[in-house]
Design a protein around this ligand. Sequence first.
Ligand SMILES: [Zn+2]
Length: 414
Amino acid sequence: MIDKQQLIKRFISYVTIDTESDPNSDTTPSSAKQWDLANKLAKELKDMGMSDVSIDENAYIMATLPSNVEHDVPVIGFISHFDTTPDFTGANVKPQIVENYQGEDLVLNAEENIILSPDYFEDLLLYKGQTLITTDGTTLLGADDKAGITEIMEAMKYLINNPQIKHGTIKVGFTPDEEIGRGAHKFNVEKFGADWAYTMDGSQIGELEYENFNAAGATVKVNGKIVHPGYAKGKMINSMYFATEFINALPRLETPEHTEGYEGFFHLYSIDGLVEETTLKYIIRDHDKDIFEARKALLEKVVFDLNTKFENEVFEIDIKDQYFNMKEKVEPVMHIVDIAEEAMKALDIKPLIKPIRGGTDGSQLSYMGLPCPNIFAGGHNFHGRYEYVPVESMIKATEVICKIAEITAEKYKG
Ligand SMILES: [Zn+2]
């Protein structure tokens, strides 16, 4: 059995180290403090008896658990990130442990009246009778993704201590800077040497994800002309009014606040305007590759049509792809999802397979040649003060890792 107290102790030792990443830095890791946890993890991997433990100049950590069977088994990997989001402070995290949660309001911070309540966060009611770890209301928790790291570490320790569980070669990878979109950038897929991998970076117990958005960003520049307002008739071009023409030409209901599931959107997230020049920034998202391409084409067409209508080159657009749906890379090797699903079912976990409305490091890794679905790590309310994680979900995730290793070895037995 996974030792619950050991797991809690390990998790707390990780979340109390500040590893906030910094989008304004060009270095890797983006913040020097990420080394504090990275060095600790590398040492712990060595101490527990993992092989080939390495930490490179960018703080990417890799390690191997050698196979303990005679027959050939594909090499599988488990990946998590040790940075936390810059959206909310991760310094001085003071975790609080709630044993035997009964569905009540949890006062995270009496002084500031910060309450974690199932009236607002209904998911809490899924965990009655369990042990929750919360914040003290002033920081994030960092279960995203130190829960994933804890689970991978505990799973490796468990497999080392229980050699009767048969498995092939297992690779472990811990990355910096996932939260600022760079976790996969310097990941050496070839050195990692796995046939496929799983990121342990999902939320609720049971989550299993292999579809994410196709993503692009668009910058629309609207060019105006400034003239003294008293003498502007027929001369001034106010770029801000033209910008509203562009905004209104896009379907108003295809926005984040009106869509869910597989519905894509255009998201206007910034307007910066003066008479002379206005800049609109959009992100474009869709799971379907064809619709995604059509969305980008629509933006180009609106620019063309408006420039034609006003007989003026007022609008310019620049569209850049950001990441793609990993489904295209995972579907040809669908057994890697099936194995994860089978592992969950064997542990009485109901698989929740749904499309991610975002991206993961796994989507980038999949396009770098390492197919990489995402599995739950157990936490909720990521990136803020209401973040919490049920310990029982972390134990289940640890068991899922061990079970995937076991099922994979079994499947390739001659
Ligand atoms: Zn994460």
